[in-house]
Design a binder for this molecule. Structure first.
Ligand code: F6R
Length: 607
């Protein structure tokens, strides 16, 4: 989704901004632009399409040491140069980049038009520079504050005034901004990724805060003008972005990183002697854990699928009722927040607007939410206050892969912790930990020899429709497989609980319809095989993801793919791998833009 990078210092600003924009490309965007002050001359360049196009359009000798830049993912108005950011006021001396949505833009626009302002774009953002202009009397910060007081909605903004070439301004409400403090230079990014190659000393701006940025540093204040001293933090070195290495795409690299990322998520969190786990960030004593009677998990997309696995594990292992909820539905259904329920918000980016909204709804009603988040210092992590980082490392492909297995791992550790405060014996806890510890090696061994996925990819990429089936722990995995295939390969497919398939999707079966079924050697194996037979009887072509050595399950597939054997609870960590790879291979076969699929954004900061 939209990205911001801004800089002031002694370097030539254009390469810094373009480089920052490249680091934000992974978020998904459709146009990009920069505004630079060369003396008091404001220079504006905007282009539709990749940052590389903008790079070609910007004169190589463009001077100036201060500027703001943006990648836009269209919400209000089509993908055009005029709608790309930065947007200017009518004198062309105030430039604004904006992430978020101004909800009262229509009303503000009408008011400004009545006052004679001519708009040049269809965006909600353009009201901001015009509003600032109406308040501007030579004092930029005051004009920005006055303008923002009229705005409702979400924003992360950076504002450049041609009259003030030695500074720029930023403000946040619901859309993240991080300020990087360098030596004689200061940067602002919507994402640490954009600034981490310059500095790891950062300030995370909170909602309702404004900052005046100079090359010497920052003055932070609230919208009402009160100045405060911000907390300066050190970014984790995990944030340093590596390149694709020997891999052709980040998605493939991230799939192959999963043995390390799962290991990182577990590192320091296993108490082998007690057959238990510890999750320090939750700061919950065994007595606290005993108090909770329900667990509710809030998330979107892939994180929701990880939440479904987690809820099932908590219920089965700890015997505590648990459920996962799609955050965008949860937040608007006026949910009852039980005083003895524990809530988790699961999010890779930590910036997903719907998940953040669900967190607020729980908090407003007095509930406590813990974060299970990848991005350190992100909005969800900070809003929750307590939680667990999953330590996947930067996930740059838009389609989430390694975050899923890390989120599942973190939720499995929590299930163990919860179960050990109740009925689970140290012996059974140890068996669970032993199996968990074997997972990274099993991931590695599967990825070395993933089975006939090229053949499956070729079948699926030519099919009119593909059905994914699973039961129990592997129903969420089948959902994840279908989500990936839609996102990256744009192929029509859906996922169903295997037992539910006969209540509808069975009508889709015809000669050769591919059905990818996860049939593990677990408590629901026989039932799943019966469902496979029902599809086969109608001509379906079965691709069975089965447990290594399980000949009966292997035999029910026209094509069989074996994954290593593990405990039923842990199977999603392995069964998801062939589905991720299948999508990757189908996407490559169809010539898709693997790391940046159309219409998608990495962090979805709007509703
Ligand atoms: C799937 C995908 C999305 C995200 C969803 C939630 O590949 O990337 O479905 O999982 O937008 O994002 P986070 O986890 O950042 O809250």
């Amino acid at each position: 989704m939209c990205g911001i990078i801004a800089y002031i210092g002694s370097r030539r600003v254009t390469p810094v901004l373009l480089n920052g924009l490249r680091h934000l490309e992974y978020r998904g965007y459709d146009s990009a632009g920069i505004a630079v002050l060369d003396g008091e001359q404001l220079q504006l360049y905007r282009e539709v399409g990749p940052v590389a196009g903008l790079d070609r359009a910007v004169p190589k000798d463009l001077g100036g040491n201060v500027g703001i830049a943006h990648t836009r993912w269209a919400t209000h108005g089509g993908v055009t140069r005029a709608n790309a950011h930065p947007h200017l006021d009518s004198t062309g001396r105030i430039a604004v980049v904006h992430n978020g949505i101004i909800e009262n833009a229509t009303e503000l626009r009408a008011r400004l038009e009545r006052e004679g302002v001519e708009f040049r774009s269809e965006t909600d953002t353009e009201v901001i520079p015009h509003l600032i202009r109406t308040f501007y009397d030579g004092r930029p910060l005051e004009a920005l504050r006055d303008a923002l007081r009229l705005v409702s909605g979400t924003y992360g903004v950076a504002v450049l005034f041609a009259d003030h070439p030695d500074q720029f301004f930023v403000a946040r409400n619901g859309s993240p901004l991080v300020i990087g403090l360098g030596e004689g230079e200061t940067l602002v990014g919507s994402d640490p990724q954009a600034i981490v190659s310059f500095t790891r000393r950062v300030i995370f701006l909170n909602d309702g805060e404004v900052a005046n940025i100079t090359r010497e540093g920052v003055v932070t204040s609230l919208l009402d003008g009160a100045i405060f001293a911000p907390a300066v933090e050190q970014l984790d070195e995990d944030w340093i972005v590596e390149d694709k290495g020997d891999f052709e795409h980040f998605m493939l690299k991230e799939i192959f990183e999963q043995s390390q990322s799962i290991h990182r998520c577990m590192r320091g969190r296993l108490v082998a002697s007690e057959g238990n786990a510890k999750l320090g960030g939750l700061d919950l004593s065994p007595r606290d854990l005993l108090y909770y009677k329900r667990v509710e998990i809030l998330a979107c997309g892939t994180s929701y699928h990880a939440g479904l696995v987690g809820a099932m594990a908590i219920e089965r292992l700890a015997h505590v009722p648990a459920a996962a909820h799609v955050a965008s539905e949860f937040r608007y259904r006026n949910p009852v927040i039980g005083p003895d329920s524990l809530y988790f918000a699961v999010s890779q980016s930590g910036e997903t607007a719907d998940t953040l909204g669900a967190v607020s709804e729980v908090q407003v009603k007095g509930g406590e939410v813990f974060g299970i988040v990848n991005v350190v210092g992100s909005s969800i992590a900070r809003t929750c206050g307590r939680g667990t980082y999953v330590h996947s490392g930067p996930e740059l492909a838009v389609a989430s892969t390694k975050a899923f297995t890390s989120q599942v791992s973190a939720l499995l550790l929590f299930s163990l912790l919860m179960a050990r405060t109740r009925h689970l014996s140290p012996h059974d806890g140890k068996a669970f930990l032993d199996a968990l510890l074997r997972i990274p090696r099993q991931v590695e061994s599967y990825l070395q020899d993933p089975g006939p996925l090229d053949e499956v990819a070729s079948i699926v990429s030519r099919a009119r429709y593909t059905l994914f089936l699973g039961r129990g722990f592997n129903y969420p995995v089948s959902l994840e497989g279908a989500l990936k295939l839609k996102e990256v390969a744009y192929l029509p497919c859906e996922a169903y609980p295997a037992g539910e398939m006969k209540h509808g999707p069975i009508a889709m079966m015809e000669e050769g319809t591919p059905v990818v079924v996860i049939v593990q050697d677990d408590s629901v194996k026989d039932k799943t095989i019966s469902n496979v037979r029902e599809c086969q009887a109608r001509g379906a072509r079965i691709i069975a993801i089965h447990t290594q050595g399980d000949h009966e399950a292997a035999a029910c597939g026209d094509i069989s793919i074996a994954v290593p054997r593990t405990l039923e609870y842990l199977t999603p960590l392995l069964t998801v791998l062939p589905l991720q790879l299948l999508t990757y291979k189908a996407g490559v076969l169809l010539g898709r833009d693997i790391d940046r699929p159309r219409n998608l954004a990495k962090s979805v900061t709007v509703e």
